[in-house]
Design a protein around this ligand. Structure first.
Ligand code: COA
Length: 164
């Protein structure tokens, strides 16, 4: 299966009209993804890191595309009834328009249908934009990894969403 139609959700923020699609990430997306990745993170993932996740059977990787341009991506792996979000970003020019919410909502719905009930992620404790978004989905802080990010010595918050 190549393409997955975006599921519209009544609670999502309105976005400007145009064609928005969520589909599986493909190798040919890598140039656009690396561009977004470098604009989004202090220690960006490299191409081999993306390719490794793309070839892993336990990973699902999605991109959100608008008028044929990749505007964001989310990467998750699952084990039994748990899913872990390992990478998630929206193109800076397209932030605060509801796309991050749409993509995260899509990924959770995707895994929910497969029986996944628990969702985990790590986030820099000063990444307020991301933390606010996760809180709006009812993710809760359940732990902290001290000095987890060696580039800035920042702590990581461990966040968990239970759909049980
Ligand atoms: C975190 C991230 C993915 C969020 O993506 P996003 O597309 O901006 O998310 P949304 O637009 O759905 O929501 C963000 C905010 O915009 C608001 N918003 C959404 N649509 C809006 C609109 N049409 N007009 C005004 N504000 C809007 C949301 O209510 C939300 O507000 P809040 O922060 O006060 O809760 C993005 O900031 C990003 O890529 N950051 C860098 C990478 C990163 O940190 N990733 C997470 C690692 S753990």
């Amino acid at each position: 299966m190549d393409t997955i139609d975006t599921i519209e959700k009544h609670h999502l923020n309105p976005v400007t009209p145009g064609k928005t699609t969520i589909r599986y990430m493909k190798k040919r997306d890598i140039t656009e993804i690396l561009e977004i990745e470098r604009q989004s993170f202090i220690s960006p993932w490299t191409a081999p890191m993306f390719f490794e996740s793309m070839s892993s059977p336990i990973y699902k990787n999605f991109v959100i595309e608008r008028d044929s341009m990749v505007i964001g991506y989310i990467m998750l792996y699952s084990v039994l009834d748990e899913a872990h979000i390992t990478n998630f970003a929206i193109r800076p020019s397209h932030r605060k328009k509801g796309y991050g919410t749409r993509l995260l909502s899509f990924a959770i719905d995707y895994y929910k249908k497969k029986g996944v009930t628990d969702y985990f992620l790590e986030v820099r404790e000063k990444n307020h934009d991301a933390i606010n978004l996760y809180r709006s989905f009812n993710f809760m802080v359940v732990g902290k990894r001290k000095r987890y990010y060696s580039d800035t010595n920042e702590d990581a918050l461990i966040m968990h969403l239970s759909l049980r």
